[in-house]
Design a protein around this ligand. Structure first.
Ligand code: SAH
Ligand code: DHB
Ligand code: MG
Length: 235
């Protein structure tokens, strides 16, 4: 199933081949697949959704982060077929709750079915609509927050707004993770690419934000060369 994710090799001795082999090595030993996870990827693929979910070892990383934090409430922005949602929801204790925001009704339907098959439909809820519309609705609900952990992985052009909303829905000590912030290294230069622009805007906003303490570690693997941003909400 990891093959679903693979970036193709671009020629002899391509570093991508080595990155794929290392992800396989790690996943074989530390990240066992199961029916809930492989079923979600298969359903996503069968429905024609793009194969852009986090890689298995990245999903496990998110899961460990949520478990380490003792997270009880998680907010995800960008559900796709629910693969990262399953990893995160499985870290929650009894009574825990995950809300995932997804633009596409079709993606949400696929994700809901996979969450139900994984036995997580009582814990994880998918809400549809543009996140910039569903976030204010969520914030207006009594007892909606605060969330302990945020995973931002939707339209990258709005990354700065999503971090702003996460901060609003957080408590001191909450963690914010943003996917795909390195983008093959494109992030270091101004660009017309809306994803690069939005992500650079986010870095500048976080740098100016005294309530957030943040870093980024670059990653390579089956999803190519990219990285996560990790931000902590200060007391
Ligand atoms: N987190 C998923 C992958 C998400 S892919 C995983 O790792 O398994 C990005 C998702 O964001 C897509 O499903 C896309 O439809 C959704 N998206 C794009 N624009 C959005 C918006 N404005 N609001 C909410 N979701 C959006
Ligand atoms: C894309 C989006 C993602 O969230 C990701 O992890 C990889 C690729 C994309 O839109 O191409
Ligand atoms: Mg992503």
């Amino acid at each position: 199933m990891t093959e679903e994710y693979r970036q193709d090799s671009h020629g002899p001795q391509d570093p991508q081949d080595l990155w794929n082999a290392v992800d396989d090595y790690v996943n074989e030993r530390l990240v066992p697949a199961d029916e809930g996870l492989t079923g979600a990827l298969a359903a996503s693929d069968a429905a024609g959704l793009p194969a852009i979910a986090v890689a298995p070892n990245q999903g496990k990383f998110l899961h460990l982060l949520a478990a380490s934090l003792g997270a009880r409430r998680v907010l995800e922005i960008g559900t796709l077929g629910g693969y990262s949602t399953i990893w995160l929801a499985r870290a929650l204790p009894a009574g825990g709750r995950l809300i995932s925001l997804e633009y596409s009704e079709r993606h949400a339907e696929v994700a809901r079915a996979s969450l139900a098959r994984a036995g997580l439909d009582a814990i994880a809820e998918v809400r549809t609509g543009p996140a910039l519309e569903t976030l204010p609705k969520l914030a207006a609900e009594p007892g909606a927050g605060p969330f302990d952990l945020f995973f931002i992985d939707a339209d990258k052009v709005n990354n700065a707004r999503y971090v702003e909303w996460a901060l609003r829905l957080s408590r001191p000590g909450s963690l914010i993770v943003v996917d795909n912030v390195v983008r093959g290294g494109k992030i270091t230069e101004p660009s017309e690419d809306p994803a690069v622009r939005g992500t650079r805007e986010m870095f500048d906003a976080i740098a100016r934000e005294p309530r957030l303490d943040a870093t980024t570690v670059q990653t390579v693997g089956t999803k190519g060369y990219d990285g996560f941003l990790l931000a902590r909400v200060l007391d």
